[in-house]
Design a protein around this ligand. Structure first.
Ligand code: PLP
Length: 233
């Protein structure tokens, strides 16, 4: 099978899964944005899914994203930065990202705001919330109780638009309770910032649970592009 036929089938299956999950919980599939997380896969794969109508593309490392963005500059894509972001990469990411899902500390807000303002860009921002209640060093995120204050900071920052909250379900735990915690943080943020109602949650393995808990953005890599480990081997 050609890569193009493979990706077309996978994309159709993921879209169908989103529709089914929405039907089950009485939601409108239009409320859910599919972000195709293309990390480790080549720009050619992104070009194929873009031609199939998939415009929202996610990346998690600046070193990898920046050259792909340049290679695909002829397409009108919406770039989502979803990975942990070092402050010294904020300027580069601000030059191409339309949306950043992983803002989890004041320093990063300041750096992104400064860069966006200088570049004359506006960037949509999700505040990443840690959903891991254990003390394990997590995959980024501000503790839930600190999220509203960070959201206030983003909302007041020039060049940044607060759109909502993002979370990653902790490994080895059922995702439902974690996504419910994220939804409560969203409710607290929305009380103060009524337009910041988006929830970025759900990956290939927990898409259904995330949609049931109100996700508006799902970040799907493996189910769309295939197994990353196989490529790295
Ligand atoms: C890689 C990645 C995803 C996609 O994960 P899959 O399990 O491959 O769907 C989603 N969100 C973030 C932050 C990621 O780094």
């Amino acid at each position: 099978m050609s890569r193009s036929a493979d990706l077309e089938g996978r994309l159709r299956a993921v879209r169908r899964q989103i529709e089914t999950a929405c039907e089950r919980t009485g939601r409108d599939p239009q409320e859910v944005t599919l972000v195709a997380v293309a990390k480790t896969f080549p720009a050619e794969d992104i070009r194929i899914v873009a031609e199939l109508g998939q415009r929202d593309i996610g990346e998690n490392r600046d070193q990898e994203a920046a050259p792909k963005v340049a290679q695909l500059a002829d397409l009108d894509l919406c770039w989502h930065f979803v990975g942990q972001l070092q402050t010294n990469k904020a300027r580069s990411v601000a030059s191409y990202a339309d949306v950043v899902h992983s803002v989890d500390r004041p320093h990063l807000v300041v750096a992104l705001s400064h860069a966006a303002t200088e570049l004359g860009r506006s960037i949509d921002v999700f505040v990443q919330v840690s959903l891991d209640e254990t003390d394990r060093p997590g995959r980024g995120g501000v503790p839930p109780e600190a999220a509203p204050a960070l959201a206030d900071l983003v909302a007041g920052a020039a060049g940044l638009e607060l759109v909502g909250v993002m979370g990653i379900a902790p490994l080895g735990q059922p995702p439902g309770p974690a996504f419910a915690r994220l939804a409560r943080v969203r409710d607290a943020v929305v009380d103060v910032h009524p337009s910041a109602s988006a929830v970025s949650a759900g990956m290939s393995g927990d898409l259904d649970e995330a949609i049931a808990a109100g996700a508006t953005h799902v970040r799907v890599g493996t189910a769309l592009f295939g197994d990353r480990k196989r490529l790295l081997r």
